[in-house]
Design a protein around this ligand. Structure first.
Ligand SMILES: Cc1ncc(C[n+]2csc(CCOP(=O)(O)OP(=O)(O)O)c2C)c(N)n1
Ligand SMILES: [Mg+2]
Length: 344
């Protein structure tokens, strides 16, 4: 789990400058230009390359020669799985933060997506700043690849040496607990929490969807869960991906979330759809926070269902409509009030 410290500092500075949500910002975010998406896609592909390199390569880091057996690590530790999804969400969250100055933390439930987060730090320059020997050139790149999950190097999971990390990855199941904890008494804060569909099968995660019921819209920030339904937990199938789409939607709706889905495996189409979904979720949260009358918690879920590829189910919190009425304020986005949750 991590957030880039540098990113966060910039974010908070920007947030002080821009607190309002205008239709113009929403439109720009939801309908990116081709150049915008090309930049996000380039960052995403670079991150994916760095992740693959960390998992597999011990030589020939820029593939200047044809790939050969001796370039591949003899003992692989770590798995690709969730990594491209984590990177996609990270790239789009960064774009959102840059455009809006949102105060947001990115929490990665699948800690085994560690190489993605190391790659993000490397691309942002934070990695080299902290570890000057991991230079932004071919030599540094090779060191970055060789240190991953190696004796004397770094762990395969998001961990203490990862720039911006605030909690060790490894045991699945706690990302939503951290997210809810992060926003309590932190009213302008958004915790974006990526939940792996395998991780979602753990008891703690399955139970902590309920955290939404503890959020107080006046005092707390918002949680934006992103369920990454890639259909697999390592090499096995996942329960949520086996379920009918309506069933998954009902499950999350029943917990109190408004679900937004992003589905597909086409590029750049996925980028456009994800940008739109993330914007909708963010705008809902901001409307809730602006009204300060509803319970926080909006959700966005991305994933892959069978051959259909990426699927995202974003949801926006809908609690507090009754509270709004009680307070004589009508929120732009409200949510089902669950009484007690509003009286923490
Ligand atoms: C509590 C717990 N149980 C088991 C594991 C071992 N494990 C590591 S990754 C993983 C699969 C997680 O599935 P998902 O979150 O969907 O990630 P993906 O396979 O898609 O990368 C498992 C079971 C773990 N890390 N923690
Ligand atoms: Mg999975």
């Amino acid at each position: 789990m991590l957030v880039s410290a540098r990113h966060q500092a910039q974010t908070w500075k920007a947030a002080r400058r821009r607190r309002t949500v205008t239709a113009d910002v929403v439109n720009r975010l939801a309908r990116p230009t081709d150049a915008d998406i090309a930049a996000v896609d380039a960052w995403w592909r670079a991150n994916n390359y760095l992740t693959v390199g960390q998992i597999y390569l011990m030589a020939n880091p820029l593939l200047r020669e044809p790939l050969a057996g001796e370039h591949i690590k003899p003992r692989l530790l770590g798995h690709w799985g969730t990594s491209p999804g984590l990177a996609l969400v990270y790239a789009h969250a960064s774009r959102l933060i840059r455009h809006t100055g949102a105060q947001m933390i990115y929490l990665a439930g699948p800690g085994h997506g560690g190489p993605t987060l190391v790659a993000a730090g490397y691309l942002e320059g934070a990695y080299t700043e902290i570890y000057p020997n991991i230079t932004l050139d071919e030599v540094g790149l090779l060191r970055l690849f060789r240190q991953f999950s190696a004796p004397g190097g770094i762990p395969s999971h998001a961990s203490v040496p990862t720039p911006g990390s605030i909690h060790e990855g490894g045991e699945l199941g706690y990302v939503l607990l951290h997210a809810f904890g992060a926003v309590m008494d932190n009213p302008d804060f958004i915790a974006l929490a990526v939940v792996g569909d395998g991780e979602a099968e753990t008891g703690p995660l399955a139970g902590s969807w309920n955290g939404i019921s503890f959020l107080n819209p006046v005092r707390d920030g918002a949680v934006l869960p992103v369920l990454h339904l890639n259909g697999a937990k390592i090499a096995g199938p996942t329960l949520l991906a086996r379920k009918d789409r309506d069933e998954v939607r009902s499950l999350l709706t029943g917990h109190g979330y408004e679900v937004i889905e992003v589905d597909g495996d086409d590029l750049p189409g996925m980028h456009y759809r994800f940008a739109d979904a993330l914007t909708r979720a963010w705008a809902s949260i901001k409307a809730i926070q602006a009204a300060r009358t509803t319970a926080g918690g909006a959700g966005l879920v991305t994933g892959r269902l069978g051959r259909a590829g990426m699927r995202a189910l974003p949801k926006a919190a809908d609690q507090g409509r009754q509270a709004a009425r009680r307070n004589g304020v009508v929120p732009t986005v409200g949510a089902r009030a669950k009484g007690s949750c509003l009286r923490r």
